[in-house]
Design a protein around this ligand. Structure first.
Ligand SMILES: Cc1cc2nc3c(=O)[nH]c(=O)nc-3n(C[C@H](O)[C@H](O)[C@H](O)COP(=O)(O)OP(=O)(O)OC[C@H]3O[C@@H](n4cnc5c(N)ncnc54)[C@H](O)[C@@H]3O)c2cc1C
Ligand code: FES
Length: 272
């Protein structure tokens, strides 16, 4: 693999397995050409098929599972051309990969009570996060919401991971009836989660906006993992701006680059 900057590497990876999840998602398992070392949860890769079938611009996808060696996997929802061509690949095909990218979830919160708030495929970065918090499993919760039970992707894996899992579905087909933010409010109101906990959210924009409005109103410590459009993933193309807040860590410039300064931001550092 070719070294890019910091710890990111760019190269080719062999597909060892693909399996579908629900009606519109799949897990892509890859074999890297070399290990990428210890990984903080919440980092991502840029992926594209090597056979030239896909768009020129690779797609950013969170690292779902990594064994510390050469096995890595991704949980991908099929939305448009880029993810469709990845879904069409089979074992033996190769993908171009740049990994690991971005900052990941903060390690400073390790000893604190912490709550992952995930919507649909926004669950992907949290499997590694839950496992990394095994020693803190009593202080770890995941609120996993989706429109319906069939969109709670890889539910078995999350049920088996350390920490307490609460599922929420809009249509009531599994768990709490309502969205993930409403489930968080109920968990706090009923004393199962403290409002002094740290909250980390990842998922579709409506979930993140609802979460951010609630977190600001309640003045809880909150982080968002943003899924903006990206071009290069390495800070060159300026395709991924997020407005910074005037009083936060990035107050010296009105924009931050989500790919290198994120994708995880403390809510008070950005305007969202
Ligand atoms: C850091 C990061 C991590 C991500 N992790 C994952 C992951 O683990 N699994 C996963 O399935 N997806 C993840 N995504 C989102 C994924 O990158 C997009 O879904 C993908 O790029 C869509 O490409 P496409 O060519 O299939 O769709 P396109 O043809 O580009 O778009 C299809 C439709 O989806 C909309 N869309 C595309 N991208 C986004 C976006 N980022 N936000 C909102 N709407 C969008 C478009 O407006 C369009 O309506 C992540 C994104 C980022 C930035
Ligand atoms: S994606 Fe190119 S600068 Fe962020």
């Amino acid at each position: 693999m070719v070294s890019l900057s910091a710890d990111a590497r760019c190269g080719s990876a062999l597909i060892t397995n693909t399996r579908s999840c629900g009606n519109d998602a799949f897990v892509l398992e890859l074999q890297l050409s070399a290990p990428i070392g210890e990984l903080r949860a919440g980092r991502f890769a840029m992926l594209s098929p090597e056979n030239g079938a896909g768009p020129v611009i690779p797609r950013p996808i969170s690292i779902y599972d990594y064994d510390g060696g050469i096995k890595i996997s991704f949980l991908i929802q099929i939305l448009g051309r880029g993810t469709r061509v990845l879904a069409a690949l089979r074992p033996g095909h190769k993908v171009s990969i740049t990994v690991p990218l971005g900052n990941g979830f903060p390690e400073t919160i390790f000893n604190r009570e912490a709550v992952a708030v995930a919507g649909g495929v926004g669950c992907a970065p949290f499997l590694t996060w839950l496992r990394q918090r095994e020693a803190q499993s009593k202080n770890t919760h995941m609120i996993y919401g989706a429109r319906s039970a069939d969109r709670l992707y890889e539910l078995d894996a999350f049920q088996q991971a350390p920490g307490r899992l609460v599922c929420a579905t809009d249509d009531g087909s599994l768990g709490f009836v309502g969205n993930a933010v409403q489930a968080v409010q109920t968990e706090i109101a009923e004393g199962r989660i403290s409002s002094d906990a740290v909250f980390l959210a990842c998922g579709p924009a409506p979930l993140l906006h609802g979460f951010a409005a609630w977190a600001r109103e309640q003045k809880v410590e909150a982080y968002l993992s943003l899924e903006t459009y990206m071009g290069c993933g390495i800070g060159v193309c300026n395709a991924c701006p997020t407005p910074s807040s005037e009083s936060g860590a990035f107050s010296d410039w009105p924009w931050v680059k989500t790919c290198i300064q994120g994708p995880v931001f403390r809510l008070s550092d950005i305007r969202f």
